[in-house]
Design a protein around this ligand. Sequence first.
Ligand SMILES: [Zn+2]
Length: 224
Amino acid sequence: MFYDSSFLLLIPAILLSIYAQIKVSRTFSKYSKISNKRGISGKEIAETMLRSEGIQDVSIKQATGFLSDHYNPLKKELRLSPDVYGGSSIASVGVAAHEVGHAIQHARSYYPMHLRTFIYPAVSFSSWMAPILIILGFIINNLGMLKFGIVFYALSVVFTLITLPVEFNASSRALAFIKTHSILDSQEFDGTSKVLKAAALTYVAAAITAILELIRLILIVRDR
Ligand SMILES: [Zn+2]
């Protein structure tokens, strides 16, 4: 039931996702091996950036796990993976600065970020419920249940779309800071920029996949 001709609709999204994954892992592995000339670590750039923005209530902690970097708005905590926290590669600087970008969004009440945090609990619930309703709806052939499932799924699609401006904006804040404060030279800056652009592409691929999957579900249900 999930492998009808509408599955073809997903092929461009699958190809883009594969391309984005390859691109991100290649760019990361290249620039995580090159140290920046000033020897500044992820933790150091995070501290410098927070200080320069006048943000004093955000703590920087070392997280566990590869690429587990994130900003927690509830705890006001910047969690950097070991490679980023202590590492001084071009990639580490970019990732740490990007996460600080999220902390700045939070401090400056950047609207898309607040909206994203606000709808997150509803999205967690709906993305858990959607597959259950959709699969059960198909099994017992209940159109109402399928439609409910699609509405729930649509909410998580909205979430992936709101994620885009949040991620792009965090990266542009990071790059602007690195450039204006001459943290990296122009060649290093180019590398950091490539790392952040590759990471952004994975979010774009996820959003396109989610939209096409939604269209596909609507088409399948409409034909029933
Ligand atoms: Zn981010």
